[in-house]
Design a protein around this ligand. Sequence first.
Ligand SMILES: Cc1cc2nc3c(=O)[nH]c(=O)nc-3n(C[C@H](O)[C@H](O)[C@H](O)COP(=O)(O)OP(=O)(O)OC[C@H]3O[C@@H](n4cnc5c(N)ncnc54)[C@H](O)[C@@H]3O)c2cc1C
Length: 367
Amino acid sequence: MSSSKEPKKVLIVGAGPTGLTSALELARRGIVPKLIDAKECIAPTSRATGLSVKSLELLEASGVTPRLVATGIKVNNAKIMQEKGKGITLDFNELAHKYNFLLCLPQNHTEIIMQKRFEELGGNVAYDTRLVSLTQKKDGTVEAVMEKNGKRLTETFNAVIGADGVNSTVRDRMGIKFKEKIYPGKWSAAEFDSKDWPHKQDEIQYFIGKDGNFAVVMPLGGNRYRAVANTDDAMSCIFGKHNIDKLHFNAAFDVSVRHVKTYRKGNIFLAGDAAHTYAPAGVQGGMNLGIRDACSLARRIAEDDTKTYTRERKADGAATIRDSNLAVRVAGYSNVFMKAARNMTVGTAMRIKTLRQKVIKKSLGAR
Ligand SMILES: Cc1cc2nc3c(=O)[nH]c(=O)nc-3n(C[C@H](O)[C@H](O)[C@H](O)COP(=O)(O)OP(=O)(O)OC[C@H]3O[C@@H](n4cnc5c(N)ncnc54)[C@H](O)[C@@H]3O)c2cc1C
């Protein structure tokens, strides 16, 4: 990394939540990076819907958190319902923390808030601009070739952040492999409108079916809801009387797990989905892990402290993926006895205060 007194020139590839967080964290420290994205504008899709307590804490310094909290839905309870058997309610307010709720906000709204704040800090997102190639120079700088409207532009940077998602060009140009492991069995996600959804707005609901399969339903604001299930048809897992006014989609997907061996080569770094992908697991999911990568990397670049970046982020990534894999395996038990044991254990554990509080802490992504 450059040790001159010149402000560092940093290129961030990808303006998703990871790239935007990196940009905010550098800009608030006086390094306004160049932030490019191949797409035309923020994608309208909701994707991640839950911000963890840790993300809210980390985004305070850039001034983003109060805006997220003012815009999102504060979910205070999780209602766990069994088609056969008693249900229970988890009260998130039991967590002794100022963010003692699950903040539900579609990812595109989070990105709009982050981008606006980045602009206030003097930055802007260069859309329609694609990274083509990267070359590490002997002096430690990195030459980037970008393309906009068919025109090529070459620029030299002190550091490059690859926040360009699962099909990362940066990762590819670094020559880093991304091996995939696919879990057996499909999962699914659906989005629907229901004017008279028969459950509370400040609540998420878990539907545990007679067959042991489950769906979780989260509010997205207005009449819109998101369901995720451990089967190939999320809507069929929602039991009880309810009306659906419009089904936007109900799609099955594979749960695949990938994690890079190194997050760094010279002054080129990876963060977010470019470095890891796994089950879209609420507050433990990829957006929240990407925000943690971004905050660490931006501080390290600003303070010339990048040597242990891989070690720190790989450990957090591996632990988060381990937790997510465990949740996927337990949720996906196909054996009826294992399913019954899981459902009974959930019911009993939730009645024990210390266990319940541990679950609440995990559910909200508090650390
Ligand atoms: C249905 C669904 C539900 C999900 N639910 C959750 C959840 O509940 N919780 C959670 O935490 N996560 C969830 N996720 C995952 C979450 O959406 C991702 O982890 C998150 O978007 C990763 O952010 P990112 O910034 O690292 O990458 P991305 O959001 O993928 O952004 C990468 C950006 O890089 C740009 N780009 C790519 N290549 C180039 C190039 N060559 N040049 C310039 N730009 C480029 C792309 O256009 C893109 O905008 C969900 C995902 C899906 C699909």
